[in-house]
Design a protein around this ligand. Structure first.
Ligand code: HEM
Length: 496
């Protein structure tokens, strides 16, 4: 039976276990300070700090973040236990006051608590928005947007460098705008990527209020609350405009989609609002529609652009590897004028590059879970409501599974049946189990197709002026991790 529990009750239950420390039923835990607990051991790159703690204390570590106990899991075996064997027990998401304020009380899919609401929202996502059929229907959007990217690069060429990082963020942004909302939105209309980047940075921030409630006022003082209010306001007014335009258009009132034939996600969701096609006794409220669109937007843009940036950053550091992949892509495409998505199947080196990129740089390095009932893990008692960080980043660099784990070696995937579909727990860039990513096919085809085009049509180089920054593989902090310095590169058009 599922129990519900407050933070305070959870703390009390862990205290009881702490008092019984000798019985050995508590996971190892680094020393903590009063009030802040283990916060002082965490740096801005949370996945790296947690990996260092796990290297010292083992694959299950108990941390106290303020007054909140958190279990850090950093082995494939235990990740499997949490996300497969006991998936049902551990399939809740921890509450986040920031997510709640940014995404309509966590009415989306990614941050919603496990339960009937989440199940219905997820069903809508999986069956109506992100099915294989739907992904195929939006093929022309991907083709047109990638063609535009190539033409923008060509225009700026004549040996002046292009900021590929910026262009890739714009590309993924425009693709998801068209798929989800029917058309491209200019940066003026939606304050564009800046708002999204700020939102993703905020979602990766730990609010003091969530961990030390009586010090919650510090979030106001530090400016965190102000940033959340501003970002919510900008996104919300943008999403309101999008919905109103669609509703006007559906009423034949000259909205934005007047001449548009292809339905977009907002059309699909608005139709569901009118008619309960699922027979699931569920009314899709306006706020829920905005929350799903929010998820689609954040889920697709940030993850795909991050993967593309890391892939190009690693290829540009290894010219022989880049040439090898280019030769493959060019040989598969042959004399055709355009790359077709079906061609990707025959580009085994290109796919191995993406596999290796997702291994070393999973865009979402930490998977969040919360237990829904009292349980046992690895011989330890886990009270209901305990939060989990599963460190997908450090698991994918575990020398137990990966030879030279920190080296970028795509060839390791050539004769290897390990894949990212959520069954091989040493490699879980899309998560696994009930809360695993429903947008995997959509994200992957954007990434494969874009990379194939970049490598087919251009030969890339690093301009002398930016060399250090381009080669620097430092990361940004946030719920998704990006390359910190932009990829400013030169490109020459390839002539066969
Ligand atoms: C390279 C691309 C992508 C990567 C690496 C990625 C990765 C992830 C990861 C790691 C999770 C958490 C899984 C877990 O907790 O087990 C997740 C969840 C999610 N992703 Fe993705 N994702 C990608 C693309 C997309 C796209 C294109 C969409 C939608 C358009 C999307 C929508 C979602 C949603 C809605 C969730 C929440 C699922 C839930 O809580 O039930 N993702 N993704």
């Amino acid at each position: 039976m599922q129990l519900s529990i407050t933070n305070h009750q959870l703390y009390e239950r862990w205290l009881t276990l702490l008092r019984r420390r000798n019985s050995g039923d508590l996971p190892p835990s680094p020393p903590k300070l009063p009030i802040v607990g283990n916060f002082f051991q965490l740096g801005p790159l949370l996945h790296r700090s947690l990996a260092s703690l796990s290297a010292k204390y083992g694959p299950v570590v108990l941390l106290h973040l303020g007054s909140v106990p958190v279990i850090v899991v950093s082995s494939a075996e235990l990740a499997e236990e949490v996300m497969k064997t006991q998936d049902c027990t551990f399939s809740d998401r921890p509450p986040s006051s920031i997510a709640s304020r940014l995404i309509y009380g966590s009415r989306d899919v990614a941050f919603a608590s496990y339960g009937p609401y989440w199940r219905k929202m997820r069903k809508i996502c999986v069956l109506r928005l992100l099915s294989i059929k739907r992904v195929q229907e939006f093929r022309s959007v991907r083709e047109e947007e990638v063609a535009l990217l190539l033409s923008n690069i060509r225009q700026r060429l004549s040996n002046s460098p292009v900021n590929l990082s910026e262009m890739l963020v714009n590309l993924t942004n425009d693709i998801i705008c068209r798929v989800a909302m029917g058309r491209r939105y200019s940066s003026d209309e939606m304050k564009s990527c800046k708002t999204l980047q700020e939102a993703m940075a905020l979602l990766g921030t730990l609010a003091v209020k969530d961990f030390i409630p009586w010090l919650g006022w510090m979030d106001e003082l530090s400016g965190l609350n102000g940033r959340v209010r501003r970002t919510f306001g900008e996104f919300d007014s943008f999403l309101n405009r999008v919905l109103d335009d669609h509703i006007r258009c559906a009423k034949g009132d000259g909205g934005i989609n007047g001449d548009q034939e292809q339905v977009d996600f907002v059309d699909i969701l608005l139709a569901l609002k009118e008619k309960d096609e699922f027979g699931i006794d569920f009314t899709l409220e306006r706020e829920s529609i905005k929350a799903i669109i929010w998820d689609m937007f954040a889920g697709a843009t940030d993850t795909s652009s991050s993967t593309l940036k890391w892939a190009m950053a690693n290829l540009i550091r290894n010219k022989p590897l880049m040439r090898k992949v280019q030769e493959e892509v060019r040989q598969v495409v042959g004399s055709n004028t355009k790359i077709k998505e079906e061609d990707i199947e025959r580009m085994v080196h290109l796919k191995a590059v993406i596999n290796e990129t997702l291994r070393l740089y999973p865009p979402v390095p930490l998977l969040l879970r919360q237990s829904r009932q009292d349980s046992m893990l690895h011989g330890y008692h886990i009270p209901v409501g305990t939060r989990f960080f599963i460190n997908a980043w450090s698991i994918a660099r575990d020398p137990k599974y990966w030879e030279k784990p920190n080296d970028f070696k795509p060839e390791r995937f050539l004769n290897n049946c390990v894949d990212f579909k959520g069954q091989d727990f040493q490699y879980i860039p899309f998560g696994a189990g009930r809360r695993g990513c429903p947008g995997m096919s959509f994200g992957l085809i954007i990434v494969y197709y874009t990379l194939a085009n970049l490598l087919h049509y251009f030969d890339w180089d690093i301009p002398e002026v930016n060399k250090e920054e381009v080669l620097d593989l430092s990361e940004t902090s946030g719920i998704t991790v990006h390359k910190k310095y932009d990829l400013v590169l030169t490109a020459k058009t390839y002539k066969p």
